[in-house]
Design a binder for this molecule. Sequence first.
Ligand code: GLN
Length: 252
Amino acid sequence: MKKLSIFGLVMILSLLLAACGGDKEDAKNKVYKVGVDTTYPPFEYEENGKQKGIDIDLITEIAKKEGFKIKLEPMNFKGIIPALQADELDIAIAGMSITDERKKVVDFSDPYFKAGLTLVVAKNNNNITSQDDVKGKTIAVKKGTTGAQFAEELAKKKNAKVVQFNDSPSMFQEVSNGNADVLIEDYPVVAYAIAQKDLGLKIVGDRLNGDNYGIAVLKGENEDVLKKINKGLADLKKSGKYDEIVKKYLKE
Ligand code: GLN
């Protein structure tokens, strides 16, 4: 009887140990699905079938340093938070601005890039130089963005119209071809696009706000990986690797 219970105890202990080991193995082999925007240079874009950009390099380096595996999942920006909520993504890095509203459903890393919104018009448009001039105009925005939200509020005040697009290039085109009068986009993204190629667009006025980018995980679900992300980010900043990555894409 005594022998049996010792035997039983040993069995239970070894089962427990095996279970713990299994969990650790699972965590080690887990591949974290990372949502990224489809076309958002210099933060993320595809070149020769490969994802590139500041966000891509940052999350790749963080994962390497902190020892977790990732798989990139490009998707329309507006689908990213719903995909986190539906458990289809574990992490999102998509030039995503930290906002109080998003904080209700996701946890953000420490801020990693200062962006801010700006107005953009066609090169030959001299009627719009600030947000006061959008009365009765058409504002192009990208769905689900802080730019879209800013535009909706401004449109209400100024009696303007808002038209929505799935991606940034479509929104740029709408203004360069004259279908919309003005667009709202993150300053570094549109400044980069204009510097790369003559899009027939120009930036006007001061930055509309001080949006900061953060890496997101589903609220309350991913504390462990969020800690690793913050640690990795801090290490990259300390070692100079962060600056190196940013300089690689923004040569100023
Ligand atoms: N920074 C903006 C936002 O968070 C736009 C992001 C994007 O278009 N990828 O809404």
